[in-house]
Design a protein around this ligand. Structure first.
Ligand code: SAH
Length: 218
């Protein structure tokens, strides 16, 4: 069950969370602003109502998780999005990250491999608020060739390697933010596509995501 009421208490806790993110080094005020607007507790079962604004990941359907707010802010900051950019997200999950990108003015294309999670978004209460977000059921390793090329690509599951099709679907100069690694811990990478189709990598902090898996799941 979920409750869709944004009380003063929720708003107060959200403000405190924003301060936590600022203290942890998030400097992009626009990102902090939109995270202060989006009611994170709407993305969680009401059992998590008391803790929804702690800086932690929480379980959603199908053994998946909503990313930790710091992780969302960190990845979004690395991605450095501008309004109207075409952004591909792999791993819709709760849909929270997609809404942060939508609220920043991006045209978002988000893919989820778990059918139940994908279906959930069809009726989600906040869906109408961000019509610039398009939801797809599919395998993120394949990307979305029909809508390519993209300005930015964001992977929100632990990738065993950099998926070549995602690089193919990027514009020259486009950026991909992706946690790479097969163990418990992954290295955050920012990949920039060069004019000759090759790419260069920058390395950032370590994180722990649920795995990026091949194929779709009914
Ligand atoms: N961005 C999400 C985080 C979700 S966790 C949020 O804001 O809540 C990662 C998600 O990636 C899970 O829902 C998982 O099912 C999905 N996933 C894993 N491998 C995938 C793949 N190959 N294609 C698409 N989605 C994938």
């Amino acid at each position: 069950m979920r409750t869709f009421e944004d009380t003063y208490r929720h708003k107060g806790l959200r403000k405190q969370l924003i301060q936590v993110l600022r203290d942890k080094g998030i400097t992009n005020e626009r990102i902090l602003e939109v995270m202060n607007e989006i009611p994170r507790h709407y993305f969680l079962d009401s059992a998590f109502d008391q803790v929804a604004y702690e800086d932690k990941a929480f379980p959603i359907l199908e053994g998946q998780t909503i990313s930790q707010p710091y992780t969302v802010a960190y990845q979004t900051q690395l991605l450095d999005v501008k309004p109207f950019e075409k952004v591909l997200e792999i791993g819709t999950g709760s849909g929270y990250q997609a809404m942060v990108l939508g609220a920043l003015g991006c045209q978002v294309f988000t893919i989820e491999r778990q059918k139940k999670l994908f279906d959930f978004h069809k009726n989600f209460i906040l869906r109408g608020k961000y019509p610039s977000i398009k939801y797809f059921y599919g395998d993120g390793f394949e990307g979305l060739p029909t809508f390519a090329p993209f300005d930015k690509v964001l992977v929100t599951a632990a990738a065993p390697f950099i998926p070549p099709k995602l690089i193919e679907q990027m514009k020259t100069g486009a950026k991909l933010v992706i946690p790479v690694g097969e163990g418990e811990i992954q290295q955050m990478k920012r990949v920039t596509k060069n004019a000759d189709g090759s790419y260069s990598e920058e390395l950032f902090e370590q994180f722990s995501f649920v795995p990026m898996l091949m194929g779709k799941n009914q």
